[in-house]
Write a protein that binds this ligand. Structure first.
Ligand code: NAG
Ligand code: NAG
Length: 531
């Protein structure tokens, strides 16, 4: 048996009713009678996510001290943690036996050794030339910049030198001061601190600013040209995939000279993707993944330090300009399927009222350029997606809209310590019910814009993963009226890597034993090694 396109084989039972090519979105309305999307997300391509490709960060000096890295400092002499009294706006003391919010400082990286420290109320730490240290500046300047000097023989011990040239010291617990003269040693003196480092974020901002203006462009160019190529589109098309969802960041609208620290070139990459999609009869969904001000605290929003303030009016209007730019550039491109206005706003940071306002404006903005492209709106993470299913109706003036929900059996306590069978049952029952509940008369098409084949189960076997994939393909294939998009194309983690999953299947089919076991063919097996 030749190496047939396997995904197609295994998908056919679920999709044969709707498996025709997407040729003209304008024929259809709200996803009814629409050739369903079987897409893959080009995750980690134009919006960096370190966990997808950690090696990108390998060449950064002091690579654990990136923007948004959280540090805690304990005086070696006092054995107590440095603490911003009241969470900020006051002096800094060194009086806490354990560390929590007030004792945690978010780094802004200036160079590989010079940093600004943001406290929990988001003020910055300052050291005056007279030696007073407090946290009360809303934006940082030179008095808010500190050199962190590591003990060459212990990565944990540090000195911190203020702009004045003096070192920070903990003479007594009531106050941190910037008045240690001369160069302190690494012995038990008051200018030595133990630094506890939590490198929380590895996104576009961290990669760009970590390498810095001089070195970053080459890193980004190589990454953008290497991770996704014309061949990947060919591969996807020949395996039954008919669309890609492409996460982009707001800085793309300012290409070729995006603001600090972003690196130009992502617009050219998106242009290439449209061309490759066109050549393979595939469609593109542009997904605004990183919005200015950050709609969530996670690295994939392009955040500097996890502070999520997108809801401020100035960021919302800037976001509308970005949508306008994307819609005007691609609305006439036959490969455009839709524009997703915002990925994963988090309910803690973005109220429904604010999001509703933005989605209304964003919808009108896309409609200035095209009446046929889908306008896709993502659920709020942490909120019930029905709030949007009920809003985005024909009655309320919306047409050709889709509601994007992301379905991972991960991250939430619900999924801790469960068996494979429990996860599969969850897909067949709860997920199906959830999708059914979103079907509203005159409502939006439903799009499972992200899912993957990872499970939080230790020791799951190859056939377990196959069964899990089968369940998801069946339920999402039937229940999502617009279709689905797998996260993602390539990933350091096997069960998140669409290409390796498929290649493993092909490799398996080519082995002589496999041809004697035809029942294995229509299994999506994720554990085979790739040759
Ligand atoms: C697509 O739809 C538009 C609007 O209904 C129509 O004018 C056009 O001819 C259609 N194109 C194809 C290829 O069906
Ligand atoms: C997996 O489950 C464990 C608890 O069993 C939890 O600590 C961990 O965060 C979970 N991982 C993910 C990715 O959800």
């Amino acid at each position: 048996m030749p190496a047939r396109p396997l995904l197609l084989l295994l998908l056919l039972p679920f999709l044969s009713a709707s498996g025709r090519q997407i040729t003209n979105a304008s024929d259809h309305h709200g996803g009814e009678a629409f050739g369903k999307i079987r897409a893959v997300n080009l995750g980690g391509w134009l919006v960096i996510e370190k966990w997808i490709k950690p090696s990108l960060f390998d060449g950064i000096p002091n690579k654990d001290l990136l923007d948004g890295t959280q540090i805690q400092l304990r005086s070696l002499k006092l054995g107590l943690f440095v603490s911003a009294d009241g969470g900020g706006g006051q002096k800094i003391s060194v009086n806490r036996p354990s560390a929590s919010e007030w004792e945690t400082f978010k780094l802004w990286r200036v160079t590989s050794t010079r940093f600004q420290l943001r406290v929990s109320n988001n003020d910055f730490v300052s050291a005056s030339d007279e030696g007073a240290v407090e946290a009360s500046k809303s934006s940082p300047d030179m008095w808010e910049t500190f050199e962190i000097i590591r003990d060459p023989s212990s990565s944990k011990r540090v000195h911190l030198r203020a702009h004045s040239g003096m070192y920070l010291q903990a003479k007594d617990p009531s106050q941190l001061t910037a008045d240690y003269k001369g160069t302190p040693g690494w012995d038990n003196n008051p200018a030595v601190f133990e630094m506890f480092v939590n490198t929380l974020l590895g996104g576009e901002f961290q990669l760009a600013n970590g390498y810095g203006l001089a070195a970053a462009p080459a890193i980004f160019e190589q990454h953008r040209n290497g991770l996704v190529t014309a061949n990947d589109f060919k591969f996807l098309a020949s395996n039954g995939i008919n669309a890609v969802r492409i996460p982009v960041g707001w800085w793309i609208a300012y290409d070729p000279k995006p603001p600090f620290p972003f690196v130009g070139g992502s617009l050219q990459a998106l242009d290439n993707a449209f061309q490759w999609a066109g050549m393979n009869n595939m469609k593109v969904i542009i997904d605004l993944h990183g919005a200015p001000g950050s709609q969530n605290p996670w690295e994939h929003s392009g955040t500097r330090d996890g502070v999520s303030i997108w809801s401020q009016p100035k960021y919302i209007s800037q976001t509308i300009q970005v949508i306008d730019f994307l819609a005007s550039r691609y609305s006439k491109n036959p490969a455009l399927l839709g524009i997703e206005l915002l990925n994963e706003p988090r309910s803690d940071d973005v109220s429904f009222e604010t999001l509703k306002q933005y989605y209304t404006l964003g919808y009108q903005t896309v409609r200035k350029h095209t009446s046929t492209a889908y306008v896709i709106m993502c659920q709020r993470i942490g909120a019930d997606p029905n709030e949007l299913a009920n809003l985005l109706t024909k009655e309320n003036g919306y047409s050709n809209v889709a509601l994007d929900i992301h379905l991972y059996n991960l991250f939430y306590v619900t999924f801790y310590g469960k068996s494979v069978q429990w996860n599969i049952d969850y897909v067949y029952n709860e997920r199906k019910q959830q999708l059914d509940s979103l079907r509203v008369t005159g409502g939006p098409a439903i799009f499972v814009g992200e899912w993957t084949n990872e499970l939080n189960v230790t020791g799951a076997s190859s056939s377990d993963y196959t069964a899990y994939a089968t369940a998801q393909l069946e339920v999402f294939g039937a229940g999502a009226s617009l279709g689905w998009s797998f996260w993602c194309l390539k990933n350091d983690n096997l069960h998140w890597d669409f290409e390796r999953i498929l290649e493993a299947q092909v490799a398996k089919m080519k082995t002589p034993q496999a041809t004697n076991r035809p029942s294995k063919i229509d299994h999506w097996d994720c554990e085979e090694e790739i040759r």
